[in-house]
Design a protein around this ligand. Sequence first.
Ligand SMILES: Cc1ncc(COP(=O)(O)O)c(C=O)c1O
Length: 405
Amino acid sequence: MHPLLAPRMSLVGSSPTAEISNKVRALAAAGHSVINLGEGELDFATPAAVCEAGIAAIRNGETKYTAVAGTRELRAAISRKFATENGLSYGPSEVIAGAGAKQLIFNAFLATLSDGDEVIVPAPYWVSYPDMIRLAGGEPVVVSCPREDGWKLTAQALQNALTERTRWVVLNSPNNPTGAVYSPAEMKALTDVLLPHDTVLILADDIYEHVRYDCDFATPAAVEPQLRPRVLTVNGLSKGYSMTGWRVGYAGGPEWLIDAMQILQSQSTSNPSSISQQAAIAALDGGTSFMTEWMKVLLERRNIVLDSLQGLTCLDADVPEGAFYVFADCSGLIGKYRPDGRMISSDLDFAAYLIEEAHVGVVHGSAFGAPGHIRIAYAIDTETLRTACDRIVEACGKLRDRKVA
Ligand SMILES: Cc1ncc(COP(=O)(O)O)c(C=O)c1O
């Protein structure tokens, strides 16, 4: 580490998903046809009406600073969204908009964690939680949720992980990277455990709320209204509305916490882009009817990936109920040999092999706290996805039990 860097920089690394994207870009720049199944980003265009609202904002001169937590209109739209879609009543001082859900989660941890405070993070987890927690002085307490449990935290595992130092529990449904979705009953089992622990906060990361296949959605503050004063419900437009680049996320929670997050935001990034805020109002008020078509396309893509895997004995995955990822077990490949004689000794090696041999980028499971797996994001154009899957199958077929002389 460079001597001029602060010690806290030793606590964090750059996002593994960004690293995959860099490798993909480098190969593409060298003239190879590479396909990135590593990125958590839909290829769909942002809905036209939402784009128009952004363009109108520029034309109307809505290009200045706004209130740090977002304009009054945007906060009202966020409150309406929570009320109509989730049955949650958050007033204007209980909601905040930020530059992505990421910023809001970061600020929530920064505002509340002291040295040594514990945050329960069910694994597989979104890559950023542990590093954000460490940066804020906390300690991630990773609780492995096995595939046999549908990759979900059970009441017993949660109970076992709670200590006097627990400050937060992170619940992410639909989940990145597994696509697991907690049913209302499964969520209730967890909120029942949390009810008596009145110094524990709950982070509900609902960013994939709209990306679900025929299953119910459950968010903790709605499932157990008594917990509402301790839940931060985080959501955003990146995934459901294909608006990753617009950078708008939002959260609802107790006023004391929203206030603190707003103070941090006021001293760091200030309001999210005024233009994006106008687009976000159009998105939140415009409904999600376009999602029906999107989900049809995503379902087809999900099946393309699952069908490809079915033909392989060495990669195996359950059917995900939400998000746009397939989380596949690749442990059967560990110990096999590549055509160049090198052994695959980890999920990281396998992901590297897929990039080098098949020119397909995927993310290794270790990045999500689940070694022996890979995450395949099927958020890309359907035909390209088919090609990528064929290439994966072909590359797997080249692996051998013994080193080829
Ligand atoms: C689980 C989860 N939460 C939060 C985010 C952050 O989303 P954004 O900052 O784009 O709103 C992501 C993005 O990949 C995610 O996968």
